[in-house]
Design a protein around this ligand. Structure first.
Ligand code: AMP
Length: 437
């Protein structure tokens, strides 16, 4: 029979990789908690209408990329292509705005977009999403951007570049859209088919087009920053002031409009030169007005999404130091010693010691090899003699030293092993465990 394989663009995250994933998630939780964020978990499946209304019908995501299907009850459902719409749906549905003036929420999980798979671009990918709801104060934008950059720098990401822009608001954007439409209308024939259609629905989408011909045309287009109304101008100026005061470096990119319809005023991306064409590791913006579009009261908000796959591919190996190797390997000689050690290993696990043992009746040499391969710090060698004397030799696999330990009491043995491991970890030469506090 043929082997069943995974879907194109859908990737397994294998045990060797999940260590890094967990480390990033743990780090995110720690830093986000410091900034007062709380976790929210929302469903993967939502009503299609949530995204067509929330993200916008004229966006690439809604037009071409959603995994939408009719379920057996006849409802149109969609696997979420992004998290913001779902988080806001939940925020509104549960009336969170009634009990707190500002809600700071984060969520992590898979998103689904039927894009053309390539390096760094998948059909199921993962994001860390952050949403600050309840205030339009540019201080909040500043804090959110500071936290994002702080988090990425903390993970050791090289060559980060924060690009910011202001996309205006309903007071100034329509006039800007008109200017862009007029500008592009004369060269309509040189635009790609998609952009010709975009010109009627939403000319700002042309800024996102990857087609080389469209890119050349758009390069000379009017800049949104020249069309901002007084309030948007003031918001953007104050945000830049706060970023400066917080020591966050940024560059202004007037061409960045982001792919979604809901952004207003602040829009941003964090890019790095190490990613090539898919260079955005995170992106987001302000979406005042989205809550109303989803049927709720008018509540301003700002958020971002970090792409986990890209993030992890950028973290230097030296910063991914979580050691998940078992602490102890018990090498056994003979069937009786194996039975004895089997019970001992379970007792040690109960006491909190990760212990590995082999049932395959291999020789001592190959057991030692396996202990080494697994990266176990210690190996205990147990044969007939050790069982009788209730004493065994503990080999420190790193130092090559050996000491005798009593097997009389598993709890005491566990304590002794923890003590030895802690001494080893405090040794500056030991880089096993990265300090996560
Ligand atoms: P977006 O929700 O489109 O603003 O994307 C936010 C971040 O998610 C991007 O900067 C990427 O890092 C990541 N991302 C978006 N689409 C994909 C994809 N198809 N595959 C992998 N990562 C993605």
């Amino acid at each position: 029979m043929t082997l069943i394989t995974s879907l194109r663009g859908f990737k397994d995250i294998l045990p060797d990789e999940t260590v890094a994933w967990r480390q990033v998630e743990t780090r995110a939780r720690l830093i986000f908690a410091r900034f007062g964020l709380r976790e929210i978990r929302v469903p993967i499946l939502e009503k299609t209408e949530l995204f067509s209304r929330g993200i916008g019908d004229a966006t690439d995501i809604v037009e071409k990329e959603m995994y939408t299907f009719t379920d057996r009850g006849g409802d149109s459902l969609t696997m979420r292509p992004e998290a913001t719409a779902s988080v806001i749906r939940s925020y509104l549905e549960h009336g969170m705005y009634q009990s707190e003036s500002v809600s700071k929420l984060y969520t992590m999980g898979p998103m689904f977009r039927r894009e053309r798979p390539q390096k760094g671009r998948y059909r199921q990918f993962h994001q860390i999403n952050v949403e600050f709801l309840g205030s339009e104060d540019p201080r909040l934008d500043g804090e959110l951007l500071f936290m994002l950059v702080f988090f990425l720098e903390d993970l050791g990401l090289p060559d980060l570049r924060l690009e910011i822009n202001s996309l205006g608001c309903p007071a100034c954007r329509p006039a800007f859209k008109e200017r862009v439409r007029e500008f592009l209308d004369s060269s309509k024939g040189r635009l790609c088919e998609d952009c010709r259609r975009r010109l009627d629905n939403n000319p700002l989408r042309v800024f996102d087009c990857k087609n080389e011909g469209c890119r050349i045309l758009i390069d000379g287009a009017p800049a949104i920053l020249d069309s901002l109304c007084g309030e948007c101008e003031d918001h953007f100026t104050r945000l830049r002031g706060y970023l400066k005061a917080l020591g966050v470096d940024y560059v202004i990119n007037g061409m960045m409009v982001r792919g979604l319809d809901y952004y207003r005023r602040t829009a941003f991306e964090v890019t790095t030169t190490s990613l090539g064409s898919q260079n955005a590791v995170a992106g987001g913006g302000r979406y005042d007005g989205l809550t109303e579009q989803l049927g709720g009261p008018d509540i301003p908000g700002i958020g971002f999404a970090i792409g986990m796959e890209r993030l992890i591919s950028l973290i230097p190996d030296s910063n991914l130091g979580l050691n998940e190797s078992p602490l102890l390997y018990i090498a056994t000689l003979g069937e009786d010693a194996l039975d004895f050690s089997y019970l001992l290993s379970i007792s040690l696990k109960k006491e909190g010691i990760t212990t590995e043992i082999d049932f395959s009746d291999r020789g001592l040499k190959s057991q030692m090899k396996r202990s080494n391969r697994l990266g176990c710090r210690f190996t205990l060698i147990i044969g007939e003699n050790e069982m009788t004397l209730k004493k065994a030799e503990l080999r420190d696999m790193k130092e090559g030293t050996q000491r005798s330990l009593s097997l009389e009491n598993p709890a005491e043995l566990a304590l002794e092993l923890s003590r030895l491991a802690a001494t080893a970890d405090n040794d500056p030469g030991n880089n096993n465990i990265r300090n996560n506090n």
